[in-house]
Design a protein around this ligand. Structure first.
Ligand code: WT7
Length: 651
């Protein structure tokens, strides 16, 4: 992939770890060697960071690939690891969550508080007849009862499935039906963009067509009126609050199903990604400790994701709680009541580690440097990025304007399917390059291969693969083992294929280029959309861009770019020319966009990924496809109506 361009993208900026951080880092350079010399021994040591009711007999059973079993024969309880053991060790008064509601209401929740609430909820669920192995769908706003509900399920061995609160009744219904959930936990609503946003009506609509659901448990958050079905619907405060706070956690098998999380595939039917217990908790806890250098006594960790995504499961709930971290959890959006809300929270809680997404970072850059500059961000010591490739310029903006030029940035590559971080710098070890996720973590064997599955040399590009099983890997697609095999293990014999393209630079460092479906073929050259987007964003007037390949009679595909300008910049034909030339200069003439459209917004999924399919429709003048998973479907109208400049030029 991108052979022509591979050598053109020169990134010479390098950022070594700050000395003090490196001196006290949780993980040092020798771990790489130790892990590659004995990969299973390495993971066994990380599993030992947890409490096991019964130790495992075998680290990995890979006798029936691609169906892995980790820590075979071991038994543990996830909630015990996240709560009881901290309380028993005398850390009950330590704050688990500083929770901040969007309207500004707050709750301070200690480990002892959380433990009590989870025990109550576990008893309440048991009283409702929920038994180990049953599925519980959770459809909630970002309130403390959400992690409580997840941990209560884990505590009694019920398998939870969190559905993001922005999904439609149809999407919720499909997910409940796919797993035959018997209980739905929800709220009347949550606060979003300054107003209560209802959830219960969506649940009512969905559950009307889900005969397996016996009960709907409802947290009162907004106080808005809700329809009520007696016998089925129960208030959380009537059901959980009066329940006993005494509960003894029972051990479950290491391979007991912990949760199902749906991820949308290329086809319509979402995939229920199944994660299990021992291996998952081992890897999320270790990566949270290693990649974020988490010091439980002094750090304040904030992951800005919604718990409805895997990032929130692994790095708001399971990883940080297993490590006894103190976190900030925020209910709302970054622009309510004002665009400095994130930085206000950093200042207020003296947050030390911030983990967010490139789409947010680019939005902040677009809003202007002056906003974060109004807040005291000096508590920050480490920054993280996840969700898509981070362009070098967004990386630099993050480093400079949020990290005060002193914080290392960990660009973490992983997926819903991998369960935990796989490729990332180690903040006390790695000399980082802006835009590169650098190296596979210790214990992970990632590689880049060509079409035939052969490893490419340094300087080459191709497909990212994972060679060996890892503890937090998905175990299957719920109810569809064959689809699991076909989707992930069939492209290359014996290798896991995540669907991403990647490049290995001259030093052997990895550059993730997004989904291979997003690679364009222009006059016989493979060009990744990410590379062109990064080139555009490196222009001082560009805030954000999305690039697609549109069918072209001469070149096969032609590059069409959608560009959002920075705050004050004015767009005209001259600027469009300048941007086209800028890409040509940065990447080579072959990558010069045929067309650049200046737009006010870009269509994104609710997890922040650009919906290139819709932009391709615009680029090819087709009528728009399905927009139901769009975060804000009016964006497409905005784009059609608001196209400021659309230069189409041949030269
Ligand atoms: C896809 C997975 C992992 C939690 C959030 C997304 C892309 C993710 C990076 C990164 C380049 C990245 C990949 C991956 N991606 N992180 N640091 N650099 N690309 O989870 O919704 O399952 O999406 O997100 O394309 O395959 P997801």
């Amino acid at each position: 992939m991108s052979e022509t361009l591979a050598n053109l993208l020169h990134e010479t900026r390098q950022f070594p770890p700050p000395g003090a951080l490196a001196d006290q880092a949780n993980v040092t350079a020798n771990v790489y060697g130790a892990a590659s010399a004995d990969r299973l021994g390495f993971w066994e040591r990380q599993a030992n960071r947890l409490h096991w009711h019964k130790r495992w007999d075998e680290v990995l059973d890979w006798s029936n690939p691609p169906f892995a079993k980790w820590f075979v024969g071991g038994q543990l309880n996830v909630a015990y690891n996240c709560l009881d053991r901290h309380v028993e060790a005398g850390r009950g008064d330590k704050i688990a969550y500083h929770w901040e509601g969007e309207p500004g209401d707050t709750r301070t929740i200690t480990y002892a508080d959380l433990h009590r609430e989870v025990c109550r909820a576990a008893n309440a669920l048991t009283d409702l007849g929920i038994t180990a192995g049953e599925r519980v769908a959770i459809y909630m706003p970002m309130i403390p009862e959400l992690p409580v509900a997840m941990l209560a399920c884990a505590r009694i061995g019920a398998t939870h499935s969190v559905v993001f609160g922005g999904f439609s009744a149809d999407a919720l219904k499909g997910r409940i039906q796919d797993q035959d959930a018997t209980l739905v936990i929800t709220a009347d609503g949550g606060f979003r963009r300054g107003a209560p946003s209802a959830l219960k009506p969506t649940v009512d609509e969905a559950v009307a067509q889900c005969p397996t659901v016996r009960n709907v448990l409802v947290v009162r958050r907004t106080g808005q009126d809700v329809a009520w079905q007696d016998g089925r619907d129960l208030w959380w405060h009537d059901t959980v609050d009066p329940a006993s706070a005494e509960h003894t956690a029972q051990p479950f098998d290491s391979e007991h199903p912990l949760y199902i999380l749906y991820t949308s595939g290329t086809t319509a039917k979402p995939k229920g990604i199944l994660h299990t217990t021992g291996g998952y908790l081992t890897q999320v806890a270790w990566t949270h400790h290693a990649v974020f250098d988490l010091k439980p006594d002094t750090d304040i960790f904030w992951c800005t994701a919604d718990i409805g995504w895997v990032t929130g499961h692994s790095y708001i709930v399971y990883g940080p709680l297993a490590n006894g971290a103190t976190q900030v959890m925020y209910e709302g959006t970054p622009d309510t009541p004002h665009r400095g809300r994130f930085w206000e929270l950093v200042e207020k809680y003296r947050i030390t580690i911030l983990y967010t997404a490139p789409t947010a970072i680019r939005t902040f850059a677009k809003w202007g440097d002056d906003i974060p500059a109004q807040f005291d961000l000096s508590s920050l010591r480490l920054l993280g990025s996840v969700g898509e490739p981070i362009n070098p310029e967004a990386w630099m903006w993050y480093r400079e304007h949020i990290g005060g030029d002193r914080c290392p940035i960990v660009d973490t590559w992983w997926q819903t399917e991998t369960g935990a971080i796989m490729i990332s710098p180690l903040p006390g070890v790695t000399i980082c390059k802006p835009g590169s996720a650098m190296r596979p973590l210790p214990g992970i064997t990632a590689d880049i291969v060509d079409d035939t599955g052969t490893s490419v040399p340094n300087g080459g590009g191709g497909y990212l693969v994972i060679r060996d099983p890892w503890p937090a890997m998905l175990r299957t697609i719920w109810g569809d083992d064959q689809r699991y095999v076909d989707t992930y293990w069939s492209r290359f014999d014996g290798l896991y294929f995540p669907g991403d393209g990647a490049k290995r630079d001259a030093d052997g460092d990895l550059w993730l280029l997004g989904r291979v479906d997003d690679v364009m073929l222009v006059s016989g050259h493979n060009i990744s959309t990410t590379e062109v987007e990064s080139a555009l964003v490196s222009h001082p007037k560009v805030a954000e861009s999305a690039v697609v390949g549109a069918t072209d009679p001469t070149t096969g595909q032609a590059i069409v770019a959608f560009v959002i300008l920075r705050g004050a910049a004015e767009g005209d034909e001259a600027l469009v020319q300048e941007l086209r030339d800028h890409v040509a200069k940065t990447l080579g003439p072959i990558a010069k966009p045929r067309q650049i459209m200046l737009v006010p917004e870009l269509p994104k999924t609710r997890s922040g990924k650009i919906m290139r399919r819709l932009l391709r429709d615009v680029a090819e003048n087709r009528s728009m496809g399905d927009v139901t998973t769009l975060q804000d479907s009016s964006v497409m109208d905005l784009i059609s109506a608001g196209l400021k400049v659309g230069a189409s030029t041949e030269d």
